[in-house]
Design a protein around this ligand. Structure first.
Ligand SMILES: Cc1cc2nc3c(=O)[nH]c(=O)nc-3n(C[C@H](O)[C@H](O)[C@H](O)COP(=O)(O)OP(=O)(O)OC[C@H]3O[C@@H](n4cnc5c(N)ncnc54)[C@H](O)[C@@H]3O)c2cc1C
Length: 545
């Protein structure tokens, strides 16, 4: 295995310097995740001049990609649903990217759930999905039909609830009383309990919950609502951005620049400036202050209310306590692998593998929480170079694999948190080596022909996520998607502080499309009811300025 490491070169956005910043922005967005970029692009389409400030060296948040040693990997974009048809998400992506973002469909089998020695395929298309499962569970045909209908019905509630989050307070409250907008009780029950109501077949339940890593809560902890959002999102298959994940930020930024705005990287915001009980701008880590009548935070609610907003303001409005009381989502370890040879030569599929020890998801997670040396309960494998039809043009004769495993306990890594990235010492490297061995063992069990083929690999830990995306415990999905979280009616774009808005995965849900939607409703909140109507019309017409 070659270990000579060459630097990462993929950089989207302009490097921040105080003197490069104008003094007449209409809005400032803290963070360039998909929620932040979406809000910025939509406000720009409404004629606003928007400044996006990103602390990392490249824009995109979890949608960024990086390059090292002649390979490129994405970080938080393995597959996105509903990009092959006229969906709200696809329409929004088309609009904010000026039609420049293209999508490649994965294999019809988008996810393969592996429980020990058995495997089950999730096939694109509602009927294909059901047929494939019915072949393996012939006695469960009714339960499978009912499951699919329940997933689709439940997912629809979230669309309505998201729209209500953009409404002015009183109107939103009144409309939430309508039965069409009220979540049924079962939606916030656990996925396991709801599925148990459909079938007693524990293996089928484990298979249907086989994407739990997409939101981070195993079946007895997750809400059925979140389960349904994810499962339904992929019923029409999985899609990958042509040219890799970095194309997302790269194609959106020109729309922000078209109205005079910009996206700066290495732009670390230290504080949200408040004057006369109103957010009026931000102070950068270098001390430079930038003013605008609207400040939108994409930094996550914990960062926003416990780090960025002055403590006294956050306490007075009750946000500091609320944000810190909520559970954080799981953190994870990742493995980024480079191989010589094309996807075809290496027989890399356009299907994600979800490798589980057996059907006992919750028990296996509990065992790992009790002992970090216990077998890894979830090893997820993605083959981005196989999914991206443009990869061979950029990296001829090369391929990549990504592995995600978890959940991890941040406490296990805290002792190295203050050490510099890349120089955390031999004990940290030994821990990463051990994780690498364990993840590769799971991969080789499924694909023994890959043994000896790896040219380069590296492991990320929750410290990497914390360093690059600023989640203090390296959490993958912001706030945990538990019942408690979905009951917080303050998780919406407009805050109690005039001028301050929220966007990103903590507002609606995690997932690229969840954060994309939050970006839309944040922009709608900023422009008000009449502006929101105009904005929606523009999005539907697809005409970009
Ligand atoms: C391993 C992994 C795999 C995933 N796979 C998928 C997938 O296959 N499909 C899918 O749909 N979703 C996936 N997701 C989830 C998805 O990527 C995220 O939910 C989504 O991208 C989050 O977007 P966001 O708008 O909340 O912003 P984030 O991506 O969280 O970005 C927030 C940004 O704010 C910046 N920031 C924070 N504080 C400051 C500050 N003080 N100053 C300046 N900038 C600041 C951060 O640096 C960061 O760039 C995955 C996530 C992970 C971790």
């Amino acid at each position: 295995m070659s270990q000579k490491i060459t630097a990462s070169t993929l950089r989207i956005g302009k490097r921040y310097r105080a003197e490069r910043v104008d003094d007449n922005y209409d809005a400032i967005v803290i963070g360039s995740g998909i929620g932040g970029l979406t809000s910025a692009a939509l406000l720009s389409q409404m004629g606003q001049k928007v400044l996006v400030l990103e602390q990392h060296y490249t824009a995109g948040g979890f949608t960024h990609a990086y390059e090292r040693n002649g390979y490129e990997w994405d970080v938080g974009v393995h597959y996105i649903g509903d990009m092959g048809r006229k969906s709200t998400g696809r329409g929004l992506f088309d609009y904010i990217s000026g039609g420049k973002l293209e999508w490649a469909e994965m294999d019809p089998v988008y996810d393969r759930i592996i429980l020990g020695d058995e495997q089950f395929d999730f096939v694109s298309g509602k009927e294909n999905f059901k047929d494939s499962l019915k072949q393996q569970f012939p006695d469960e045909a009714d339960a499978i039909d009912q499951y699919v209908e329940l997933v689709l019905k439940t997912g629809k509630f979230m669309g309505n609830i998201s729209q209500l989050k953009a409404m002015p307070n009183m109107m939103g409250k009144l409309m939430s009383l309508s039965s069409k907008n009220k979540l049924p009780d079962y939606a916030l029950d656990t996925s396991y309990n709801v599925l148990k109501g459909l079938t007693d077949n524990e293996k089928l339940i484990a298979v249907l919950c086989g994407q739990w890593g997409d939101h981070g809560c195993p079946p007895k902890e997750s809400t059925f609502l979140m389960h349904a959002l994810i499962a339904g999102h992929y019923f029409n298959g999985g899609f990958y951005p042509v040219g890799g994940a970095s194309k997302i930020a790269e194609t959106i930024i020109p729309q922000i620049q078209a109205s005079g705005g910009d996206v700066f990287t290495y732009a670390d915001v230290e504080e949200i400036l408040v004057h006369k009980n109103t957010a009026v701008g931000v102070k950068m880590v270098d001390g430079h202050c930038i003013y605008a009548p609207t400040v939108i935070s994409n930094a996550g609610v914990v960062n926003t209310f416990s780090r960025l907003l002055p403590q006294a303001v956050s306490d007075k409005l009750g946000y500091a306590q609320k944000a810190t009381a909520l559970e954080r989502s799981m953190s994870h370890v990742g493995m980024y692998i480079g191989l010589k040879g094309t996807a075809e030569e290496l027989q890399l599929p356009k299907t994600n593998l979800w490798i589980y020890l057996d059907q006992h998801h919750d028990k296996n997670v509990a065992a790992l929480r009790a002992d970090p040396n216990a077998p890894l309960p979830l090893v997820y494998v993605s083959f981005p170079s196989a999914k991206d039809p443009d990869f061979q043009r950029r990296y001829p004769g090369r391929s990549t694999i990504e592995i995600v495993s978890g959940p991890c306990d941040y406490e296990q890594y805290r002792q190295w948190a203050d050490k510099t990235w890349g120089k955390r010492g031999d004990d940290y490297e030994a821990l990463k080596q051990d994780l690498s061995d364990r993840m590769l063992a799971a991969l080789y069990k499924q694909m023994p022909h890959l043994e000896g083929k790896i040219d380069y690999s590296e492991v990320s830990t929750p410290l990497s996520t914390s360093h690059f995306c600023r989640y203090e415990h390296g959490q993958a999905y912001g706030l945990a998607h538990t019942k408690d979280r979905f009951e917080q009616d303050w998780l919406k774009p407009a805050t109690k502080l005039p001028g301050l808005y929220l966007t990103g995965q903590d507002v609606v849900s995690c997932g690229v499309v969840g954060a994309l939607m939050s970006g839309m409703i944040a922009a709608m909140s900023v422009v008000g009811l009449r502006g929101a109507g105009e904005l929606l019309k523009k999005i539907k017409s697809g005409v970009v300025i």
